[in-house]
Write a protein that binds this ligand. Structure first.
Ligand SMILES: [Fe+2]
Ligand SMILES: [Fe+2]
Length: 128
């Protein structure tokens, strides 16, 4: 397992917490697929699911904090856009054979998700 859910990741909202759990579980699926030496088709599919769900989650989160007094909306959305661009590019480059998915890639994703939930997402906690 690459990453485990911990209570300190909670933003105090069940819907968002559940989405974060799902995101972590998709990251773990990608990690497991790589560790088991799964083929390109399976890895591509896992990566695709991760990108798609991340995009869905970001949309849901933005919709939620848009209607509040949370002052960090714009900077938060920029962080979301940057990650979506990065993972979409990773997916394209992987599918076209330009890059391999390495353990560094997984560590990058893990750190990004953890930092984002622990710092940036925590910022809207009191505004929901
Ligand atoms: Fe989030
Ligand atoms: Fe976020």
């Amino acid at each position: 397992m690459l990453l485990d859910w911990e209570n300190q990741l909670s933003v105090g909202n069940t819907t968002i917490d559940d989405q974060h759990k799902k995101l972590i579980s998709l990251l773990n699926d990608l990690h497991a697929a790589m560790q088991q030496g799964k083929g390109k088709e399976i890895i591509s599919k896992t990566l695709h699911d991760l990108v798609e769900y991340t995009d869905y989650h970001f949309g849901a989160e933005e919709e939620l904090f848009h209607g509040t007094a949370y002052p960090g909306v714009e900077a938060h959305m920029v962080e979301h856009q940057n990650l979506i661009q990065t993972v979409s590019k990773l997916q394209d480059d992987y599918e076209s054979g330009k890059v391999m998915i390495s353990s560094e890639t997984l560590v990058f994703l893990k750190n990004w998700v953890t930092n984002h939930i622990m710092k940036t997402d925590q910022g809207y906690k009191t505004f929901l």
